[in-house]
Write a protein that binds this ligand. Sequence first.
Ligand code: BG6
Length: 486
Amino acid sequence: MTKMVDLVIFGGTGDLSTRKLLPALFQLHRHELAAPLRRIICTGRGEMEAATFQSDARTNLEKFLPTGAFDAAVWEQFSAKLDYIQIEADHGAHYEALAALLDQQSAEGVTRLFYLATLPSLYGAICQHLRDGGALGEQQRVVLEKPLGKDLDSCREINEQVAQVFAEEDTFRIDHYLGKETVQNLLAVRFGNPLFHPLWQNTYVDNVQITVAEDIGVEGRGSYYAKTGALRDMVQNHLLQVLSIVAMEPPASLEATDIRDEKMKVLRCLEPITETNVKHRTVRGRYDAGAVNGQAVSGFLEEAEYKDSAHTETFVALKATINSWRWAGVPFYLRTGKRLKKRYSEIVIEFKKQAFSLFANDPLELTNKLVIRLQPEETIMLHTLNKRPGLTKKLRLQPVELHLTNESRDTSENYDAYERLLLDAIHGDQTLFMRRDEVEAAWRWTDSIIDAWDQVDMKVEAYNSGTMGPSSATALLVRDDRSWYE
Ligand code: BG6
């Protein structure tokens, strides 16, 4: 039987909680999946009556839930669980008050789930105060939001501090890309279809491309972003997590440990990028003014008047290599950026050309590609070639896209990644969360790039908003006689 859970959200009045966590929790209630959740206690730095918090939460839910999802009857049930308490991160007495609030309804077998959505530099202090203030119950778990540090050393420090209070099996490190439906579908496609199994290796795959393109700028997050940049904000976590699922060996089972062991092996096999190859392997870009979706937009430097923003990249493209039997010789091209032409995230597995072709002179002699779209639509398409129909004497080719996703799928089954991940955290399933060694391995590799950038004083190239990044990103593949799939 599923155990009951009391959830405490640190940063409960913040942007993530308002836009993502509370809407996701509301949706779980709406879909009748929240039965194990007894209470949702949000914490914030300011003093506020619970009733005021509830009324703000209702206004925000009406704003941020998908159209038509707000339901007054569900709100009654949801708001009855919703509470608020003031907690300043380093104020010990506030944690005693939290402990007292939790104890008011303590019951046997209830797990306390602490969701930390504050500045990661506070995670260590929060965990220690939770313990010292007596707020940990019989059983407890902690969820940690990204970014976990800004490099390997700071990440280790946070992990170390958290580990003094929470065991690794009770620590849930979020990467919301792992909660996306198509990322999970990758496991089904790769390991459920014997058809793909033999093809998924360097004998048949020419290259892999992972693109996470955003059309928005840094919005109100300039001060965080100026210190962070696209490599730390997106590649270290989301893109490397996706890469490790694409590249991993078949796990022994679908259990969390087996899947995470295999992802970890991929991260360990990533070849470090060094000062000798960083200029050929990576591209850094920063958006200038331009037009996105027909709207004129300003450049990053005009928007983000923050210290050091001139050295911050809002775009990265790079060529990663995985030194393993399966992937030796297959480049993995990754790119991500803000203010690009459109918002989409996609994985492309491009298969090799045939060594000998009967259609060598046909202009449509294209390669087969498996295109896995994470967003905005969730689709998987296999690009193949057929005969162009008709009576012409010569056999000519025609591209045909096979949709491997169910187009008539019930869209009411769509969900946000945070719904999936909150549900898993409530049930204590760690499969879609990052283990400590994975995050640290990802930082080790990312640090190699940052160090190499520093060594060679790597320039950040300007690109116009509304394009797909600097021209060097195109050149990165052209040098290898390849091109981005677009
Ligand atoms: C976050 C980054 O982790 O992911 C943001 O910090 C980025 O900068 C966001 O905008 C993208 O997420 P999604 O799900 O909209 O692709």
